[in-house]
Unconditional design. Structure first.
Length: 341
């Protein structure tokens, strides 16, 4: 049996011509930003290397109207937050005559979606977290890309984010202004970049108010496991084992806050009469949980729309520095916080 034909990538063309992968991408996608001479050299080399044999979609102009949306399975199933972000992406893409090619990421397999490998997309949006190794592989294709609700510490890309630090700072300050001084943090602080930034915002707000942080009030491990499994009973057991409880908890997100309230109810602890709780995100559940949840509102559809707008700009400005766009948040007062002044 003959040796399998090697898959030709944009990087192979770039290496042969000693030019950047971005230049190859611009040429193959008929984008401005390179000379006509370079464009013709790229196309000629692509034919010589049989690139189009495995990327026949590039011969069809319609592939320029596709955006690949990559997202982990658990986030794709999230009907509370990411579904709204995806709706914003979908609407803005449609307004600009682009279709979405959704690809579910398996975080353990590190597979590059076929729409990227076969050149069927002119832009990539990665929603939620992604492993740096996979991100680096995807970037090697030279296709414009933006991260949504995530940024890598090691790899520089465009990213659409939330003002998490200042948002959680404001949430904590709101509790302090309501008279609370014994405040804990409830959330898996190392689970995502967003949660870590919210932990930082909580710490900074307490520091500015000259209130010592009591780590005994903070529950910061495995919280996302409890949230995903709706395991409020384990949370109740953790709270039951605490020597003393805070008068208020600031949470990493609304889903954590809802589990916390359920756990407190299990212990016959009333919110907000006994303990106040504030969330983050303003998911639909905030309005139906009892009591209605005070939280920090993120415009999730706007996040998705901004991601598409950023990506379309990047398609025409490949040589410009990467940028992080951060969306502001605002306080939504409901019934889960009590003034103790």
């Amino acid at each position: 049996m003959g040796e399998a034909k090697k898959k030709v990538r944009m990087k192979d063309i770039a290496d042969k011509l000693n030019i950047s992968i971005n230049a190859v991408s611009l040429a193959l996608n008929n984008k401005p930003g390179i000379s006509e001479k370079t464009r013709q050299q790229v196309l000629k080399t692509a034919v010589e290397l049989n690139y189009f044999d495995r990327h026949t979609a590039l011969a069809d102009i319609n592939h320029l109207d596709n955006i690949c949306l990559m997202i982990e399975k658990k986030n794709f199933k999230d009907t509370r937050f990411y579904s709204r972000v995806i709706l914003g992406i979908e609407n803005e893409a449609k307004n600009n005559n682009y279709d979405l090619l959704v690809s579910i990421i398996d975080k353990d397999e590190h597979e590059v979606p076929s729409s990227i490998e076969l050149g069927k997309t002119s832009g990539i949006l990665i929603v939620g977290s992604i492993d740096d190794e996979l991100l680096e592989r995807i970037l090697s294709y030279g296709i414009p890309l933006a991260l949504v609700d995530h940024a890598s510490f090691l790899i520089n890309t465009d990213a659409i984010l939330t003002e998490n630090v200042s948002g959680e700072f404001m949430a904590t300050k709101y509790l302090i202004d309501c008279g609370h001084k014994e405040i804990g943090f409830f959330g898996d602080k190392d689970f995502t970049l967003s949660f870590n930034e919210r932990w930082i915002g909580f710490n900074e707000s307490m520091k500015r108010a000259n209130i010592p942080i009591n780590l005994d009030y903070c529950i910061t491990d495995l919280v996302e496991d409890y949230v995903l499994k709706n395991d409020f009973k384990t949370v109740a057991n953790i709270i039951r084992s605490m020597d003393k409880l805070p008068t208020a908890w600031v949470c990493a997100n609304d889903s954590a806050a809802v589990i916390l309230i359920s756990a407190l109810r299990e212990l016959n602890i009333k919110v907000p009469d006994d303990i106040s709780v504030i969330g983050f995100d303003d998911i639909d559940l905030c309005k139906i949980t009892s009591p209605n949840l005070t939280t920090m509102r993120i415009d999730k559809k706007l996040m998705g729309a901004k991601a598409v707008k950023n990506l379309l700009w990047r398609m025409e400005n490949m040589d410009q520095p990467n940028q992080h766009v951060k969306l502001s948040v605002n306080l939504v007062e409901r019934e889960s916080v009590k003034k103790v002044i």
